[in-house]
Write a protein that binds this ligand. Structure first.
Ligand SMILES: *[C@@H]1O[C@H](CO)[C@@H](O)[C@H](O)[C@H]1NC(C)=O
Ligand SMILES: *[C@@H]1O[C@H](CO)[C@@H](O)[C@H](O)[C@H]1NC(C)=O
Ligand SMILES: *[C@@H]1O[C@H](CO)[C@@H](O)[C@H](O)[C@H]1NC(C)=O
Ligand SMILES: *[C@@H]1O[C@H](CO)[C@@H](O)[C@H](O)[C@H]1NC(C)=O
Ligand SMILES: *[C@@H]1O[C@H](CO)[C@@H](O)[C@H](O)[C@H]1NC(C)=O
Ligand SMILES: *[C@@H]1O[C@H](CO)[C@@H](O)[C@H](O)[C@H]1NC(C)=O
Length: 787
């Protein structure tokens, strides 16, 4: 979101309003005498109601609907509606639709930032968190503190380790990002209602949705930012003027898949187009891009611009000759609403100049109204409706706090643990020193898009629950750590303690919206702080790293005085307590990195180069575990635990025949050739894909004294050497619960057409024939696909 004057003004208003616990129920349309319009008639189909509303609007009414701040239509009894609310990992204060200052709900559950929750690789957890956020969202709506349309999740792949918003994403792998998107959207919009029965709240939710017309929404989620958006500000490039040059191959197998999943499987009701241009066309002006979502992926919802992303078409991208042209091209491309005031200000003049037709606006409004109708906004008093009973008693409840805790427990990644230094023995550690600028932070533990957390605990407080005699010194004034003036105090308290924990890493002063990093090293004097404390403390230290982006901590990897390293991301309000549980062995860490941790040398790679594939002639190493050929500090999927796991494949097929289940061989599937290698086009295979699905049975053995979650990741490597084929790609992942010294079995379903296919240089999906290799840790299993 950008900081237009409008936005600054809004925030000013919000923050200067005197806090009150007075409930301010949402105003709603369709009250007498305005209740006889067909758009108020809940027995009519959504489309018919949307058309009915549209038919009652003047041109000026219509133009006034094209902004996030919809000021309402008093003549028709329609109150104002704010489209912009945020909910990335809990209800956030970033959008003007949410207010923690006015009303009876002062705080909402602060879940960990998405990158940490992703590291759990637990789909159920992802979905449950989204459902919990939805409950709090509806509760806040019911007391006038939030809207019903939220602009989350962020599902751009974490392409470059310097990206300031990588923390908001589910990492670098398109399969994982897509899977997260589906769980979030489904859980958030109310589709994740797996529990039936007497549970009072959930049961009511289910009945309410079942009673609707099938496409009802509890709240609306938004897949953002479409597309190829993952650069804030790097050198001369800024997200507002950036033109992402993306190959067909990368578009098809990296940038688009998360959005495809978000829409096709998640059934998201909103899509946000990004600031940047893609191959020369600003995303919000790109008819092919936006219409692809509707026509090919079945998108049914509204498309919003990122904030002021219509203005940037003209002002930053120089793509049009006038503001009117920018409005016209955005509307005609399929942007339905503009976050900001640009369309309010320029649409009438665009019509006068013949650049926009009223029908262009009508199309947009029908999409907007349909989503509002699906949310029940025109169904009468929301407090009597579907989710009307949710309120303050449903926010910051213990179930939600437990989920936040569970996400940190499962997501935190143990990166180093020499000689089983951790866990520390409870009741044996007599004193603890905690050092570092983030160690005493509370609200900053949430990362970007945070609200007001219910009961945040700092890392220091969390550790104090285990060791009374815990001392603290920040060592650096702040995370930037531009001075070593605080080192002496930090050294002195560390020397007095039995064990020392140094909390280093990043906060939002280093990585955030509009701010990418230039280095992957710890900021300022932080490295010196870690090595100084490590060198002077009684025993080797534990290093805890905060932040969303990868860090080059090879110095700590190599330093025997740093016994253990733990990455805790932005753990949110439960962070301090969950981290302490891990350090003292009440929780066995099991998170896996969802992004490659590159060495500092990677910063020589131009951030504006969008290519995923390496290019040796230009010393370009490629990106992510799928393509990157250089050294890593920690690889994608890496993460230790207090147990030691081994895997084995119990069963998997050796050969798959394309025509196995068909009596007569179809002639329309042609075997193609690239060099020596044969392949088939996946879009020609269609129902033959059924015979190419198979199961892999896997056993996980826990060799340690701790029970724990184990993440099983199966990768595949294609046969031959197709140009641009990934080194390997994730097929499936599964989190299983394991018991100490026991085997646990699990099963993974492989759909060859989906999981073993690759994308050729023209962007076409092909299934190579021959030996595909499944990879599970260091185990390989070959599956041959033959005609
Ligand atoms: C709502 O629409 C139905 C179907 O057209 C109609 O029978 C009914 O009378 C309408 N109800 C009201 C209150 O207008
Ligand atoms: C929305 O716009 C109206 C009219 O311009 C303005 O008075 C109001 O403050 C805005 N509302 C919000 C929440 O920004
Ligand atoms: C946009 O176009 C104007 C006029 O052609 C030019 O002066 C300006 O430098 C351009 N800006 C960018 C960012 O290209
Ligand atoms: C730690 O944070 C708490 C709460 O914000 C504050 O009261 C306290 O002074 C801080 N401690 C130190 C040593 O900075
Ligand atoms: C894990 O356990 C196996 C079986 O007991 C053992 O052979 C192996 O060395 C252990 N690995 C580690 C890293 O402890
Ligand atoms: C990729 O597939 C397309 C088919 O649409 C074909 O025309 C092209 O030759 C293939 N490219 C490569 C490099 O195999």
């Amino acid at each position: 979101m950008s900081t237009t004057t409008t936005v600054i003004f809004l925030l000013f208003i919000t923050f200067t309003t005197i806090p009150t616990s007075q409930s301010n129920p949402p105003k709603f349309p369709c009250q007498p005498p305005h209740n006889s319009y067909p758009f108020c008639n809940t027995t009519l189909p959504i489309q018919q109601r949307a058309h009915s509303l549209l038919s009652l609007l003047t041109l000026s009414d219509k133009i006034n609907r094209l902004s996030n701040n919809d000021t309402g239509i008093p003549r028709l009894g329609i109150p104002p509606y704010e489209w912009w609310s945020e909910s990335l990992h809990g209800i956030a204060s970033n959008g003007p639709g949410v207010s923690f200052q006015v009303g009876p709900i002062p705080a909402a559950t602060g879940f960990p930032q998405v990158i940490l929750t992703t590291s759990s690789f637990d789909r159920t957890l992802w979905g449950s968190i989204a459902s919990a956020i939805a409950v709090e969202a509806r509760a806040m709506y019911n007391v006038g503190q939030a809207g019903l349309t939220f602009w989350a999740p962020t599902i751009n792949v974490f392409r470059d380790p310097r990206w300031g918003r990588g923390q908001e994403t589910p990492g670098e792998d398109p399969v994982v990002v897509g899977a997260y998107a589906v769980e979030y959207v489904d859980g958030f919009q109310g589709g994740n209602l797996k529990f039936v029965g007497d549970d009072k709240k959930v049961g009511r939710r289910r009945r309410a949705l079942a009673g609707g017309d099938g496409d009802g929404l509890m709240v609306s989620a938004c897949c953002k930012h479409f597309s190829a958006y993952d650069l804030e500000k790097w050198g001369i490039y800024a997200r507002y003027n950036f033109n992402a040059i993306v190959t067909k191959q990368d578009m098809q197998d990296t940038y688009e898949p998360p959005f495809r999943s978000c829409i096709q499987e998640g059934k998201a009701s909103c899509l946000m187009c990004s600031y940047n241009a893609v191959n020369g066309i600003p995303a919000c002006a790109d008819h092919n891009l936006l219409q692809k979502a509707r026509t090919q992926w079945g998108f049914d919802g509204y498309i919003t611009s990122d904030c002021d992303a219509v203005a940037t078409i003209y002002e930053y991208q120089n793509y049009t000759k006038s503001p009117e042209d920018a409005v016209a091209i955005a509307l005609k491309a399929g942007t339905d609403i503009n976050c900001g005031t640009y369309m309010l200000r320029h649409t009438m003049s665009a019509i006068d100049k013949g650049k926009v037709e009223e029908e262009d606006i009508d199309k947009a409004l029908l999409n907007l109204f349909a989503v509002q109708l699906r949310l029940g906004l025109f169904d009468g008093d929301p407090l009597n409706g579907r989710f009307g009973k949710l309120g303050p008693a449903d926010v910051c409840i213990s179930d939600h706090k437990k989920l936040a805790m569970e996400a940190v427990r499962q997501g935190t990644v143990l990166l180093k643990n020499d000689n089983k230094f951790l866990p520390l023995q409870k009741n044996v550690v007599s004193s603890l020193a905690v050092i570092g600028p983030m160690a005493n932070a509370t609200n900053d533990l949430g990362g970007g898009y945070t609200g007001v957390p219910c009961s945040p605990t700092s890392i220091v407080e969390g550790l104090k629950r285990y060791v009374k005699k815990t001392t603290y010194s920040s060592g650096c004034l702040d995370v930037a750590c531009t001075s070593n003036a605080g080192f002496a105090e930090a050294v002195s308290i560390s020397q007095e303690a039995d064990f020392v924990i140094v909390v280093a890493g990043l906060d939002l002063t280093q990585e955030t919206e509009d701010r990418d990093r230039y280095s992957l090293l710890l900021p300022g004097y932080q490295t010196a702080l870690v090595t100084t404390i490590a060198a002077t403390s009684k025993k080797p230290i534990v290093l805890v790293l905060t932040g969303g982006g990868p860090l080059d901590v090879s110095f700590a990897q190599a330093d025997p005085r740093v016994a253990s390293v733990i990455w805790v991301g932005y753990p949110g309000e439960a962070g301090g307590r969950a981290l302490a549980e891990i350090i003292f062995g009440d929780c066995n860490p099991s998170g896996k990195l969802p992004v490659t941790w590159y060495p500092e040398a990677f910063t020589r790679v131009p951030m504006n180069n969008m290519n995923m594939r390496p290019d040796r002639s230009h010393h370009y190493p490629g990106r992510t575990y799928r393509f990157y050929t250089g050294d890593t500090v920690y690889r994608f999927g890496y993460g230790l635990s207090y147990s030691n796991y081994t895997h084995s494949i119990l069963s998997a097929p050796d050969t798959l025949r394309v025509f196995k289940s068909f009596k007569t061989e179809s002639n329309n599937i042609l075997q193609r050739k690239e060099g020596f290698y044969n392949y088939l086009y996946v879009d020609e295979l269609e129902e033959h894909c059924d015979s190419l699905r198979f199961q892999v049975e896997i056993s996980v053995t826990n060799h340690g004294p701790f029970d724990g979650g184990a993440v099983v990741m199966v990768f595949a490597r294609a046969p031959g050497s197709f140009k641009g084929a990934p080194l390997k790609q994730l097929v499936e992942f599964e989190r299983v619960h394991t018991v100490s010294y026991k085997d646990t079995k699990t099963r993974i379903l492989v759909d060859s057409c989906k999981h073993l296919s690759i994308v050729n240089e023209s962007g076409r999906t092909i299934l190579p024939l021959g030996d595909h290799t499944l990879l599970l840790d260091d185990i390989e299993h070959v599956v041959s696909i033959v005609m």
